[in-house]
Design a protein around this ligand. Structure first.
Ligand code: FNR
Length: 183
């Protein structure tokens, strides 16, 4: 079974995006093996440290390197991605020539209390993942509006939501199988 590093773009304890990621990990456990990779302990990126990476960065890079693919579950902050997520992406991309994200198939999901459902942030994230050389699942896009259908533990209480998430998971598993280790 292919392994997936899950990156959540929110550090909030009761993050809806973490709940969504947990829901996907639960629903998809027979298709993919999910491991959550934490980004809250990373220092702010500083190029001076490229030759002497801080321990949390080494840990991040090892955990991402060990995975076949990456799933991003992120909120939208002021019509873009949260700084903590960009920070993690920047660390993983350096030092030059040692981009840990490169070639890993990826997918993006997001949930928000607002109607936009993280669509603008996901669009920005797609641009960033392109320069990082991550083959990105195009469809289905997962823009969710928060409405109490996923518990904090990742249980999906609404059958149509679960059915949609299962379609996404099946496509993502196929995408990882097709594109993994080929770029
Ligand atoms: C937000 N929020 C938000 N929502 C949205 O749909 N579009 C946006 O541009 C923003 N901007 C924004 C900026 C900042 C700094 C914060 C803290 C929040 C609201 C956001 O969607 C909401 O707080 C979510 O609950 C955040 O996701 P998590 O932490 O629940 O995963």
């Amino acid at each position: 079974m292919h392994t997936v590093a899950v990156i959540v773009g929110s550090l909030r304890k009761e993050s809806f995006n973490r709940s969504l990621a947990k829901a996907l990990a639960r629903a998809g456990k027979d298709m993919l093996s999910f491991t959550f990779v934490e980004i809250g302990d990373l220092p702010l990126y500083n190029q001076d440290l490229d030759d002497n990476l801080p321990a949390p960065v080494v840990r991040l890079k090892e955990e991402v390197a060990a995975a076949d693919a990456v799933l991003f579950a992120t909120p939208e902050y002021n019509r873009s991605i949260p700084g903590v997520l960009k920070n993690a992406l920047d660390w993983g991309s350096r030092p030059y020539g040692k981009n840990v994200w490169g070639g890993k198939p990826a997918a993006i999901v997001g949930i928000s209390p607002g109607h936009v459902g993280t669509a603008v942030a996901q669009s920005h994230l797609r641009s960033v993942l392109a320069i990082l050389n991550m083959p990105l699942l195009s469809q289905p896009e997962v823009y969710m509006m928060e409405s109490g259908r996923i518990t904090p533990e990742g249980e999906v209480t609404d059958p149509s939501t679960l059915s949609f998430l299962n379609v996404f998971l099946k496509r993502f598993a196929e995408w990882v199988a097709i594109t993994g280790k080929k770029i």
